[in-house]
Design a protein around this ligand. Structure first.
Ligand SMILES: NC(=O)c1ccc[n+]([C@@H]2O[C@H](COP(=O)([O-])OP(=O)(O)OC[C@H]3O[C@@H](n4cnc5c(N)ncnc54)[C@H](OP(=O)(O)O)[C@@H]3O)[C@@H](O)[C@H]2O)c1
Length: 308
């Protein structure tokens, strides 16, 4: 089969290669991949790839082989899955607890956009607790995660301020329920009960200054690539606020169960993945470049063996 392998080179971080088709072990499925999406986290891992690692965590396709001990799945079942790695390929192995079934109403491209960004949005909201009527600030909102988070939080009654670099990158967020879209923390007014911060650098300290006295700031990423610096004694803002680090991996609910929730929401018309770009998987290097250049709104989906 063909798969994208990391090269470790900054100029061309992946190359398409012919490798052996993997075999599912006990408790695993082999999925014939029809579409996958790429995430910012993978661009970071590609900068310094571990030996043997291959990229790819968000896939949709059909079951091609069933490992021993697996019940309830058959060859040909349509699935969305969140493998640990190696999903940018014609076939991928995934643990059965990281898989959810797809109804006819959810196509492969839509499903492929769900896993990492959707799981993260769902789990961020669990960590934030009840948000009905609360003021919520979301930085770095124009990516895949931001669109899911805004739609899900708005449905729960949150009053959301979303930050995007241009108004065009925030248009869909307004349609999905954001109260306002602004360009920077400095443009916001008043205080927020909850802040979701994923840009890093000075953005976190600026957002902290806008946090309510006992508010919650959840720090989940560093899209700018600039680390945050906190000076305890020169750190204006929420006197008794909580700063919480977040990892979507830290969940008691298995990925497959949360994926099934996301699929159910899409099927029911309550969640609308924002797919900013769809390309043939042969264009994955260009897609990576577009993601890094902030040229994609929402998710970026690659279709396997299909020209777009
Ligand atoms: N902790 C976790 O478990 C977890 C899980 C998933 C994702 N994340 C993080 O959550 C964030 C959002 O994820 P995503 O998949 O939606 O990522 P994404 O599609 O790459 O979106 C990130 C957004 O950050 C904004 N941004 C602001 N300053 C930036 C800069 N200097 N360089 C690049 N982007 C900048 C960009 O929006 P504008 O161009 O409109 O400003 C971009 O749309 C990322 O930082 C990601 O690493 C964390």
């Amino acid at each position: 089969m063909r798969a994208w392998l990391p090269t470790g080179r900054a100029s061309d971080p992946i190359e398409l290669a012919e490798i052996d088709r993997p075999t599912p072990g006990p408790g695993e499925l082999l999925v014939e991949v029809r579409a996958y999406s790429i995430n910012r986290g993978e661009t970071i891992l590609l900068g310094n790839p571990r030996p043997g690692w291959r990229p790819g965590k968000d896939i949709a396709g059909v079951v091609a082989e069933v490992g021993s001990g697996v019940e309830g799945w058959r060859i040909g079942d349509r699935v969305v899955a969140h493998p640990d790695s190696a999903g940018w390929a014609e076939f991928a192995v995934v643990a059965v607890h990281n898989v959810a079934a797809l109804p006819d109403s959810v196509d492969d491209r839509t499903a492929a956009a769900l896993p990492l960004a959707g799981l993260t949005a769902l789990r961020l909201l669990r960590v934030a607790g009840p948000i009905a009527g609360k003021r919520v600030l979301l930085t770095g909102a124009s990516g895949g995660l931001g669109h899911y988070l805004v739609e899900l939080a708005a449905a729960q009654g949150a009053i959301i301020t979303a930050l995007t670099s241009t108004p065009a990158r925030g248009e869909r967020l307004l349609e999905l329920g954001a109260h306002e879209v602004l360009a920077s923390v400095e443009d916001t007014e008043g205080h927020f009960d909850v802040v979701f911060e994923s840009v890093g650098g000075p953005t976190l300290t600026r957002a902290w200054a806008r946090l309510d006295k006992r508010g919650l700031l959840i720090w989940l990423g560093q899209a700018s690539g600039t680390p945050i610096t906190l000076d305890f004694f020169n750190w204006s803002g929420a006197e008794s606020g909580t700063l919480r680090k977040f990892s979507y991996h830290d969940s008691d609910i298995p990925d497959g169960t949360d994926l099934a929730t996301l699929v159910r929401l899409v099927h029911g018309g309550h969640l609308h993945p924002e797919i900013g770009d769809v390309r043939s998987w042969t264009e994955t290097p260009k897609a990576l470049r577009a993601l890094l250049d902030r040229a994609v709104r929402g998710n970026l989906v690659l279709t396997v063996d299909e020209e777009v």
